[in-house]
Design a protein around this ligand. Sequence first.
Ligand code: SF4
Length: 688
Amino acid sequence: MPDVRTVATHCPYCALQCGTRLTRERRGVSVRPTDFPVNQGGLCQKGWTAPSLLDVADRLRHPMVRRDGELVPVCWDIALDTIATGLDRIRAERGPDAIGVFGGGGLTNEKAYLLGKFARLALGTSQIDYNGRFCMSSAAAAGTAAFGLDRGLPFPVTDLGGADVVLLAGANPAETMPPLMQHLRSPELIVIDPRRTATAEQAALHLQPLPGTDLALALGLLHIAVVDGYADTRYIAERTSGFDAAWQRAMSWWPERVERVTGVPVTEQRQAVRMLAEAGSAYVLSGRGAEQHSKGVDTVSGFINLALALGLPGRPGGGYGCLTGQGNGQGGREHGQKADQLPGYRMITDQAAREHVAEVWGVRPEVLPGPGRSAYELLDALGTEDGPSALLVFGSNPVVSAPNAAHVTDHLKALDLLVVADFVPSETTELADVVLPVTQWAEEEGTMTNLEGRILRRRRLQVPPGHARSDLEVLHGIATRLGEPGHRYPTRPREVFDELRRASAGGKADYSGISYERLDSGEALHWPCPDGEHPGTPRLFLDGFAHADGRARFVAVEHREAGDVPAEVFPLTATTGRVLAQYQSGAQTRRVAELNDASPEAFVEVHPDTASRAGLAEGARARVTSPRGSTVATVRLVPTMRTDTVFLPFHFPGEGRANLLTSGALDPRSRMPEFKVSAVRLEPEVSA
Ligand code: SF4
């Protein structure tokens, strides 16, 4: 397909998926925002500079194979033959589970679907998971438990504009997805965040708990809602179950106790509940701040319990939602690249689901492997006696983005074969035995699913440079070399999507009525959309929740300590997050001059008193050390920080990696690592 002059598409970065129009000009590609509902003519700094990604100087253009310690350019046949020979050998020696696959939440729906199929059929491995496990898995598990179905926002973003009050639990959209803020201008905001973020600056009320105590706060807010008479008893009786058990747990979280544990004053707790309860229209939204904990699922359940007690979910003008992070964080979790799921958001242990998907794939159900390891457990097992000795990575940079990063890097180095497909070099391609240059964003066709569950068309403006190929072609090339029939791995996105539709039919995330033709004609289609005449479902749960009895579930939860507890050697709590100008591991945004100039290096935000006690001043180089390792960052004095907490962004490589500090403590259900709480000490760099 040749270059075209202009296309309507979407931003390559976050889950808001702002609408854009790209045009080829004489001096390069220009971008303009469209009036797509989520951005309505707005873009953030990352969206405005996205065309720079199309001509980064060190773009991967040729496949490369490591020889004598160096990555050298080779043709595609040699690269794919090298991979297939290595995989064949490892599989023959150690079985199919000796091969792992690590996907990404930025892959298109078509890529995510074909990757899951490739892993389970061509490789026969159960060992597949993806970096979305690090993103929204806790909210997904809590949403499914409460409502019987997880869709980030079960209502369109534009509904938020009509609210009176919105509570944001651990979300900072003013920096992570700025165009969303135009929908939050009218509502009064309650922000729960240990930091006084750009979003908290705009809030009517900012609750600033100690990291890791959000669940105690959620229990306390539920306590106040009930004791102060704000609970919607009729809604609870008619539309929910499990209230009594949840209340038994919340009963002992009286406001003074919550203040002692979280540091949030009683007056602020009461004010938050009063604002929510007295609003005519209110929403509770969660983000990574509430979710990335070893009790992330319970924490989100705590906030959903609050929303249910106030009678918000499943009503016009109210509800709970999760602000999904990665570009295809929603679609990425629906089509089978999760360790425990098959396409259509079906559980891999469900026999009926296995039979349905096996029929679409033309195989017997018993051929499909069972559940595999979750993302961190997969990385942790690499190179061990029982774990994979080969790993294929698509669209991810775990050397920077995985928790306990030094440990994970050691395990990646211990592999017999590491294959990485990406469009720019990354800290993970540096370790690879084979690097595959793949297409990006404006060089490919496909679909993405944004945080509202709306399916969007990604469109191709230009051909990829050099010898870059689509991930679909890569999967076809490896699969056929492993002896699979080529027709099982289509390379045309539309063909993959049509198969995905059939695989999803009857599942929770049903795409069967959605087609490229309908999307290209401008229809706004949110799943579920079970047939070609169906208008899609922008608002879920208005007529009942997705559990068999139509009721939402309160989930009884109890606060517990984080995996790390600050003590003498590590007296502070470090928490991590994002900045406006960078995205994820920074592999893309660190290559965009305007973004890198705006945020060029690792930093640590510290209260001036805390810095002074550590002998640090503004601009000094600090060493931050946790039980896992240490990182070096430039000190920023921030008077609004808690004195017991420091903050580090996680976008930076090398010795500035924030994830050198974070732990592999996992939520028992979602397997989400605890990115938001690490016990640390702070000192001048030179003293280490
Ligand atoms: Fe892109 Fe997200 Fe910024 Fe929109 S908010 S322009 S989707 S990075």
